[in-house]
Design a protein around this ligand. Structure first.
Ligand SMILES: [Zn+2]
Length: 306
């Protein structure tokens, strides 16, 4: 008699997928949304703390390389304790330093229960936190809807969550961290390495190269012709990562969506006097949006152009 046990990792992993797929639909979506909300809660921490950690690392590097770097301008806003990372210290109210209790960390629900205020001093809590959590929950449900109960759905959600965090950090700081864009690029190549990815490995590698080179060329053209820097290297790496996930054929649509959305945002922000006209716009959030939209809807825009 043949042994029924298959020790391969693929079989082991597929048992989880088939167990999940056997659940009723409502439970599948309920699980996805709760999972998304929890990851979203973590993303609010990443978006808030990662730039602080990176600035500290950068400063330590400069100080190590230049002994007289004590003259460096002090960081504009780093009121955080010595020991500070993505897990420590626990989240606290920036006004009264009240450390959030466990239930106050429950995504969205705690915000609603406290009516958007600190439980101790009553200071307003930014609606940004529950909005990021809700967006992440929605992206998890969307990934399940688009790809069914499968590993590609999990991978798609990982792509969306990273794009969301990277886009928000770029919006806040005008900086796209390598610690997000480079692993995202590798992950895209790995996801497409075997069968059942989002693109063939050939298209993924071509996409990574084309994504980087295209924006690199645009950057140098602008710099040579007009003497301005419209983008940063982070944008090249982000588009390379999107190309690695979705393949080179997706890039034209991703760029078109990003350019149109960026221009629309710039016009509205200038018109509402939120921005000055000359102010450079971070391109990362719009590339991220273009990547996420293309992940879910494919490339219908190409049909318009024949
Ligand atoms: Zn407070």
């Amino acid at each position: 008699m043949q042994p029924s046990f298959d020790p391969s990792a693929a079989h082991f992993a597929s048992r989880y997928v088939s167990a999940f797929a056997a659940l009723p639909f409502a439970m599948q979506y309920g699980f996805a949304v709760v999972f998304g909300l929890v990851i979203g809660s973590f993303l609010t921490v990443v978006v808030h703390r990662l730039p602080v950690l990176l600035e500290r690392a950068w400063r330590a590097e400069v100080e190590a390389a230049m002994p007289d770097a004590a003259d460096l301008p002090k960081p504009a806003a780093d009121p955080y304790p010595e020991r500070f990372n993505l897990a420590v210290p626990r989240s606290a109210c920036p006004h009264c330093k009240h450390v959030l209790r466990a239930w106050e960390n429950i995504p969205v629900i705690s915000y609603l229960a406290l009516r958007g205020r600190c439980s101790t001093c009553g200071a307003r809590v930014s609606p940004r936190y529950p909005l990021i959590e809700l967006a992440t929950g929605a992206l998890a449900a969307l990934s399940l809807y688009a790809f069914g109960p499968s590993w590609p759905a999990v991978a798609a959600f990982g792509l969306c969550a990273t794009l969301l965090a990277a886009g928000l950090i770029d919006y806040d700081t005008r900086y796209l961290p390598d610690v997000l864009t480079l692993p995202l690029l590798w992950a895209g190549l790995i996801v497409n390495f075997g069968e059942g990815g989002f693109a063939t490995l050939h298209d993924a590698v071509t996409g990574a190269i084309a994504g980087y080179l295209f924006l690199w060329c645009v950057y140098w053209l602008f710099k040579l012709v007009r003497g301005v820097e419209g983008m940063g290297y982070g944008d090249f790496k982000l588009l390379a990562a999107i190309g690695a996930w979705l393949g080179w054929a997706s890039l034209a649509q991703v760029l078109l969506i990003a350019a149109v959305a960026g221009a629309a945002f710039g016009i509205v922000a200038t018109w509402k006097k939120r921005m000055r006209f000359e102010e450079p716009l971070p391109f990362g959030p719009f590339l991220a949006a273009g990547g996420a939209i293309t992940l879910f809807v494919g490339t219908p825009l190409y049909a318009l152009f024949g």
